[in-house]
Design a protein around this ligand. Structure first.
Ligand code: J2J
Length: 466
């Protein structure tokens, strides 16, 4: 990969290191540290798998060695396209260890998106299940290598019911991959300031852009999130959303749980029929959902026979949680609500666990870091006073300065002084809490006055990133 000239300017990097945000630790090293400290602690529960930290660490090592043995090189990209299964974690950590950069595709992505990611990231490998929810990923893999011949390696992960077969001789199974690498010398250590992976932008229109996150910046956001959410070795976190998404990955998500030495339980779907039995059986105490899932749980909970009493924190984010729904969470589910307003590009806001109820139900939280710079501006980039809706722009120790390989999008999405134009319309209250009003497409700040569709069109031309 070309050096990402688009990372933080040196004076900012220096400041973030001095402040202790960037600790020069890689994600692979973080898992190793946990495996040394608490080898027998349960790390992952998924389907029939129950892996300790020592086991997860050993799987990751075997995968890292296998990836290098088949010829992948540190710095090359590989598309990771797995649903919520234990191998998601072992493959992701295996890639981090080998210095290979995963591109985190979501299970629902199909040919158009995967081909686009392969092209945009110049990926050389693809990792997918043989089959998932009735979809045959082998045919997608066939099509991918036909259209993007730089994809040299396809690794198929068998599900519990699959016969061990990748079918094409040039596709291999994860088990084969793991058996290949035993004697392979580990690569030179990865630098914590280098890109660890490419996350996808949540853009509501068009294809996602690729978001380069470094070990340093991402682990800061993970550690700080784990602290805000009070994770520890007793944490049992349920991954109900697809764990490739930034929210269940880092806010605090499965990486936060690994940092804290807790247990990650993975559900194949967020439907009550899957999650309620898991919450009861594993005594889950924290999980993260999007508002429509919260609503489904609220409907199902009064009639369930499952004991949900272990659930202490329900994080809701990804889209605006309506006030009426927010108010029902604690009384109906018997759990604390935490609102999370974040983005894969960086900035994450949380309501705090000790905030008064009215703040928790009516705001989307406040930035997690004292050095998150937040600016609310009008259509002409002029700051607006607190209490007035405007465009949210941000800069800080874990917010990217540019998308991967996208000069035109970067022109639009970042200001000349390096702030990311989030595309969100928010109100900042005098106490620093943010209330999300919508996307810039829904509503444009002009003193609250409604504007015509033509003006919306003009605005979109001026702010095409939204
Ligand atoms: C309103 N809109 C929200 C919220 C995100 C934590 C939580 C969520 C994401 C995420 C994430 C919202 N209320 N509570 O990455 O780490 C909308 C905004 C935002 C966009 C980002 C995390 N929480 N949103 O959702 O990159 O419009 O990240 O800019 O997928 O989702 O989407 P995404």
């Amino acid at each position: 990969m070309k050096p990402v000239q688009q990372l933080w300017p040196p004076e900012f990097a220096e400041r973030y290191r001095q402040a202790g945000y960037w600790k020069d630790e890689t994600i692979g090293e973080m898992l190793r540290a946990r495996a040394m400290e608490t080898p027998h602690q349960l790390a992952v529960v998924a389907g029939d798998n129950r892996w300790t930290y020592r086991e997860l660490d050993a799987h990751a090592d075997a995968i890292a060695a296998g990836l290098l043995a088949i010829g992948l090189k540190a710095g090359e990209r590989a598309i990771l396209h797995l649903p919520n299964q234990a191998e998601f974690l072992s493959v992701a950590f295996g890639m981090f260890r080998a210095g290979i950069i995963p591109v985190f595709a979501l299970p629902a992505h199909r040919e158009t998106e995967i081909v686009h990611f392969a092209e945009a990231s110049e990926a050389v490998a693809y990792v997918a299940p043989v089959r998932h929810e009735g979809f045959d990923f082998r045919s997608l893999a066939n099509e991918l290598v036909r259209q993007q011949p730089q994809v040299r390696n396809v690794i198929m992960v068998d599900g519990p019911d699959d016969v061990h077969t990748a079918e094409r001789p040039d596709f291999i199974t994860l088990d084969q991959l793991k058996s290949l690498g035993s004697d392979h010398t580990p690569p030179a250590p990865t630098s914590a300031s280098s890109v660890a992976f490419l996350q996808l932008s949540g853009g509501s229109t068009g294809l996602s852009k690729l978001i380069p996150r470094t070990h340093d910046d991402y682990l800061y956001s993970v550690r700080r999130s784990a602290e805000i959410c009070r994770l520890n070795t007793s944490t049992v976190y349920l991954g109900a959303l697809p764990v490739a998404h930034n929210f269940p990955m880092s806010s605090p998500g499965w990486l936060g749980v690994v940092y804290a030495g807790g247990t990650v339980v993975l559900s194949p779907s967020p439907a009550p029929a899957h999650v309620f039995p898991l919450i009861e059986r594993e005594r889950v105490n924290i999980t993260a959902v999007v508002p429509p899932v919260a609503l489904v749980w609220l409907e199902a909970a009064p009639n369930t026979t499952h004991d949900l009493s272990s659930l202490d924190v329900l994080q809701v984010g990804g889209a605006k949680l309506p006030l009426e729904v927010a108010r029902r969470i604690q009384p109906v589910l018997g759990t604390h609500l935490q609102q999370v307003f974040g983005m894969a590009e960086g900035l994450v806001n949380y309501t705090r666990l000790d905030d008064p109820d009215h703040v928790v139900v009516s705001t989307q939280g406040r930035p997690m870091c004292a050095d998150d710079e937040v600016r609310i501006v009008d259509d002409f980039d002029n700051p607006v006073p607190d209490g007035t809706a405007g465009h949210l722009q941000t800069r800080g120790p874990y917010t990217i300065r540019a998308y991967h390989n996208a000069p035109e999008a970067n022109e639009r999405a970042f200001t000349s002084d390096g702030f990311y134009r989030t595309g969100d319309i928010v109100v900042r209250r005098s106490d620093g809490y943010l209330v999300v009003e919508g996307r810039a497409t829904d509503q444009i700040n002009r003193g609250g006055e409604k504007i015509s569709p033509d003006e919306v069109e003009d605005h979109l031309l001026a702010h095409p990133q939204v």
